[in-house]
Design a protein around this ligand. Structure first.
Ligand SMILES: Cc1cc2nc3c(=O)[nH]c(=O)nc-3n(C[C@H](O)[C@H](O)[C@H](O)COP(=O)(O)OP(=O)(O)OC[C@H]3O[C@@H](n4cnc5c(N)ncnc54)[C@H](O)[C@@H]3O)c2cc1C
Length: 446
């Protein structure tokens, strides 16, 4: 039976809910979005998860489909690779992919605002300060708290784009045979800021993502259009070097003095205020299934929250929107087919990127600083240069190849890693890696 809804309610006007509303409105649906918070375009809502984000190919493609790329072009700063900072201040740069490839730093609030503007232009109604607190999954009703009290709305389709702690998901969780897991890593994060220098220039190279890997913890910095850098410290909550042991300005100075001396001077005096003002936040992976119950579905972080170490959470949520839109094309907007196809097709990809993101934390904080890692990257870069269709480094498959599914990138990456692990065990590999038989290596993929 063909089912085509007349009205769609999206809960959450975050990055994913806003993008999805545009794509659905463009297909001719009447879409209303209900957002718990105030309108960030007119009110300073503060807080939030990260001031800026890395936008890459998987996110770029659906944004193109939504018709917002022209506006976004001026808002991005391309980051062509990682700039590693060792304790002595020594820098090592490593390209993320081919020389012309880059990931893009963008302001979260700026991007979200562009998406909301576009959604309204396409006829989407956004209702701010409307917090969903309950869903009747079988009567298709949403219950909302707002300034004047409580109201209930009906919609043919309800979409939960309400983030990692989704209320829509919580309603589905009360139904039979819903699987759910959440896992907090031992680390939290705190955001700090490197201001511009006295002449108004960037204090670090703006076309790189800066990393200070320190084994069990790390610091990263991404550039902003206002010529500052947002710095994020990832540190365990407990243990010797941990958030619980930093209780005074002195402790903060000691931490930076010992592990990040080159950053201490750049952070300037606001470091101590920022430390107190900015929250220490936790990082969670959420997996669940099914994502669809009757006529209600989950998307973005509501369906799959992941840790930020592959820079893919938003990109993955945007890709959800693109995939769902493509499925609607394929099945002539028959939502009975589309909803089922979306969740079965997409779930393995969400699981793959969730696992990759956890793995990449180890790589970022632990490995990017060590010589074996750098030699391994050089070998993989050479393989990629010589056999660009056969050996694509996993980071490139995930970040730059929007045609390849995350699950495929995950499987191929695993095979490549097994081969590389063996190669790295060879004696003299550090000195003689250029003498490797690269053709033989690539043939091992068969
Ligand atoms: C530190 C950090 C850095 C990150 N960096 C990157 C990066 O570089 N690249 C990347 O791709 N991803 C990154 N991410 C991940 C990215 O932030 C998320 O994947 C993305 O925000 C998910 O978008 P969303 O719209 O699904 O959820 P959210 O952004 O959480 O939006 C959910 C919206 O729903 C609203 N809401 C919540 N509950 C209700 C309710 N009951 N009723 C109504 N509205 C509700 C919220 O107010 C919010 O506006 C990062 C995450 C963190 C924590």
């Amino acid at each position: 039976m063909i089912y085509k809804p007349k009205t769609i309610a999206i809960l959450g006007a975050g990055l994913v809910g806003s993008l999805l509303s545009i794509l659905l409105a463009r297909r001719g649906y009447k879409v209303a979005v209900y957002e718990r918070g105030a309108d960030m375009r007119t009110e300073n809502i503060g807080g939030g998860k990260s001031i800026n984000l890395a936008l890459s190919n998987r996110g770029w493609l659906p944004l193109t489909r939504a018709g917002v790329i022209d506006t976004l072009e001026d808002m991005i700063i391309p980051m062509k690779g990682r700039m590693m900072h060792d304790v002595s201040g020594e820098l090592t740069f490593h390209h993320y992919g081919k020389e012309e490839q880059a990931i893009n730093a963008i302001s979260r609030g700026g991007l979200n605002s562009v998406l909301m503007d576009k959604a309204e232009e396409e006829g989407v109604e956004i209702h701010f300060r409307h917090q969903c607190f309950d869903i009747d999954l079988f009567q298709n009703k949403v219950r909302l708290k707002h300034e004047k009290g409580v109201k209930s709305i009906d919609a043919d389709i309800i979409i939960g784009a309400d983030g990692a702690f989704s209320t829509v998901r919580a309603a589905i969780q009360k139904t039979d045979r819903f699987n759910y897991s959440q896992y907090y890593i031992p680390h939290g994060y705190k955001e700090l800021r490197i201001p511009p220098d006295v002449s108004g220039d960037f204090l670090l190279d703006k076309n790189a993502l800066h990393i200070w890997p320190r084994r069990s913890f790390m610091l990263i910095a991404l550039p902003n259009k206002d010529v500052s850098f947002t710095v994020t410290l990832f540190l365990p909550f407990h243990g010797e070097v941990s958030f619980e042991n930093i209780r005074s300005d002195n402790d903060i100075s000691n931490l930076f003095d010992e592990y990040f001396p080159d950053v201490l001077t750049l952070l300037g005096k606001s470091l101590y205020d920022d430390w107190v003002t900015n929250p220490t936040s936790s990082l969670v992976t959420v997996k669940c299934y099914p994502w669809v119950r009757n006529k209600t579905m989950l998307i973005g972080d509501a369906a799959h929250a992941i840790v930020p170490f592959y820079g893919q959470g938003m990109n993955c949520g945007f890709e959800d929107c693109r995939v769902f839109n493509d499925i609607l094309d394929e099945c002539d907007d028959n939502w009975n087919i589309a909803l089922e196809k979306y969740q079965t097709q997409r779930k393995p990809d969400a699981d793959a990127i969730a696992d990759l993101a956890l793995q990449n934390f180890v790589e970022m904080r632990d490995l990017v600083g060590d010589e074996a890692f750098l030699v391994r990257k050089q070998i993989e870069d050479r393989l990629y240069d010589l056999y660009p269709d056969k050996w694509i480094p996993q980071y490139s498959m995930v970040t730059f190849n929007e045609q390849m599914r995350y699950s495929e990138a995950f499987e191929k990456g695993k095979k490549q890693k097994a081969i590389m692990d063996k190669i790295m065990e060879r004696k003299d590999i550090f000195r003689n890696w250029e003498l490797l038989d690269f053709e033989d290596i690539v043939n091992q993929l068969r």
